[in-house]
Design a protein around this ligand. Structure first.
Ligand code: COA
Ligand code: NAP
Length: 266
């Protein structure tokens, strides 16, 4: 299915590597004007160059999603340049495997502040700048949001909150003509997230075996779901938390979390 995002404006927070960059590139290929934001200038520059190579008008912003004024300024600048956002994707996140007692209070706080507070910041600051009616907000969540996993208390807590931002946002902003949904990736190949959780070949194989479809997913498969959610084909979909995970989360908490604990380096 080819989606046409010509003359549409898309903003991807955390869109400079991995899954989120794949999402930004998919919107660029579909004709959108795309902005990305993350902390590191070199990653922002490389992401913008890749979007322009695909023929898109693109802009990049350096900001930490924990810093509300910086996020708000970046969104305002992108809005001034490209107009109201048709699609906003919030995907900045941090993760490392650690037991609850094996991390400091600051480590827990860092992940909650990036994933949950950062998502709130991005959506809160974007709300006045979205196309209304018709805009779509998409949060990139994780199976940890609804499955407790060993060594993931910080991420489970943060991503559960992210999905509540999705659901309450859908309730409060439906009347403004905005839709808010979560996409839940399963284990995605060649990503920082899976490199951290499954750092060895044995670990990668164990994760793959636990996926009903018996393979890793690709960033393009997460992007396909985002392209659909941002389109008129999903016009009646809001407040949904959609796994794109090869059925991985059906395996339940013990399968997933036990694997991470067994294979974690730390
Ligand atoms: N185990 C336990 N604690 C860890 C840790 C690990 N593997 N990695 C980092 N921490 C702790 C740090 O020691 C620090 O705590 P302290 O101040 O008490 O020592 C705290 O986490 C914050 O680390 P810091 O590096 O100062 O924070 P940051 O804001 O620069 O980075 C992280 C945030 C830790 C999440 C970092 O891993 C990151 O930037 N991740 C982004 C990329 C990523 O995780 N991608 C996968 C997405 S799913
Ligand atoms: P990634 O490549 O590390 O992507 C994270 C992105 O967020 C980067 O662009 C990073 O760039 C940015 N970022 C991190 N902290 C930030 C901050 N404080 N402020 C602004 N930007 C920040 O990771 P990934 O594995 O592709 O994961 C992407 C998303 O998918 C995450 O939301 C993750 O939870 C979710 N997910 C991933 C998997 C998987 O298999 N990988 C599975 C389930 C869910 P900078 O470093 O420049 O800031």
């Amino acid at each position: 299915m080819a989606f046409d995002y010509t003359d549409r404006t898309v903003f991807v927070a955390g869109g400079t590597s991995g899954i989120n960059l794949g999402v930004a590139q998919a919107f660029a290929r579909a004709g959108a004007r795309v902005s990305v934001l993350s902390r590191r200038q070199e990653k922002v520059d490389a992401a913008v160059a890749s979007l322009r190579e695909l023929g898109a008008e693109a802009a990049g912003f350096v900001a930490d999603v924990r810093d509300y004024p910086a996020v708000e300024q970046a969104l305002k600048d992108a809005h001034e340049r490209f107009g109201a956002f048709d699609v906003l994707v919030s995907g900045a996140a941090g993760n490392f495997p650690a037991k609850a007692t094996g991390m400091s209070a600051n480590a827990f706080k860092s992940v909650v502040e990036i994933d949950l507070l950062g998502t709130y910041h991005v959506l809160r600051a974007a709300h006045p700048l979205m196309r209304k009616p018709g805009g779509a907000m998409i949060n990139i969540s994780a199976p940890q949001a609804f499955l407790p996993m060993n060594m993931q208390m910080h991420v489970c807590s943060a991503k559960a909150g992210v999905d509540m931002v999705t659901r309450v946002g859908a309730l409060e902003w439906g009347g403004d003509g905005l839709r808010v949904n979560s996409v839940v990736p399963g284990p995605i190949a060649d990503t920082e997230g899976m490199d951290r959780l499954a750092p060895t070949e044995d670990a990668r194989r164990a994760v793959m075996d636990s996926v009903p479809l018996k393979r890793y997913g690709h960033s393009s498969e997460i992007a396909d779901c985002c392209l659909w959610l941002g389109s008129a084909m999903a016009a009646y979909v809001t407040g949904a938390v959609i796994p794109v995970d090869g059925g991985w989360s059906l395996g339940g908490a013990s399968t997933l979390g036990a694997g991470f604990e067994r294979f974690a380096q730390s």
